[in-house]
Design a protein around this ligand. Structure first.
Ligand code: CA2
Length: 149
């Protein structure tokens, strides 16, 4: 029987604090709530999920590199590293699979420094501004992209 395709959901700095502060911007759901919803969607779509969070840029790079020989697709909310990390962009450019960038907030309605994303330069597409629902939209997009590959 063919193996269940694996998707990695990578979350960057401070996203472990979701639901505790700035709920007007990021919503009231915790990262654990989002993980539960993503897992439910992914399993229903026939995908396996690893849902990860780190405050470290190097850990994000390591996880992206680790995707190369075991994952079928990536969902990435790199938090503030979105706007600063050439290292993350370089790592994402080295993986040959669909990548969906997610942001809870609509970064284009916010400060100018959030309008630029290094991740977008490697991503297949980007979802921003739909809060935690954006992660479920990303699973749906990845499911279709993986089926087409
Ligand atoms: O909108 C998003 O998902 C962001 O990736 C969130 C990042 C921000 O730097 C990006 O520009 C957009 C920040 C995540 C911080 O999360 C917090 C959670 C609770 C309390 C404070 C911050």
């Amino acid at each position: 029987m063919p193996q269940t395709p694996l998707i990695l959901v990578l979350n960057g700095p401070n996203l472990n604090l979701l639901g505790t502060r700035e709920t007007d911007i990021y919503g009231t759901q915790s990262l654990a709530d989002i993980e539960a919803a993503v897992t439910q969607c992914a399993v229903a779509a026939g995908l396996a999920v690893e849902f990860l969070q780190t405050n470290s840029e190097s850990q994000l790079v390591d996880w992206v590199q680790s995707a190369r020989d075991r994952a079928a697709g990536l969902i990435v909310n790199a938090g503030a590293y979105t706007h600063t990390s050439v290292a993350l962009l370089d790592a994402l450019r080295m993986v040959d699979m669909p990548i969906v960038e997610v942001h809870l907030s609509n970064t284009f309605r916010r400060e100018e420094f959030r309008h630029h994303s290094y991740v977008s330069q490697a991503a297949t597409g980007m979802i921003a501004g739909f809060g935690s629902h954006g992660y479920e939209l990303a699973v749906d997009a990845l499911t279709k992209l993986i089926a087409k590959a």
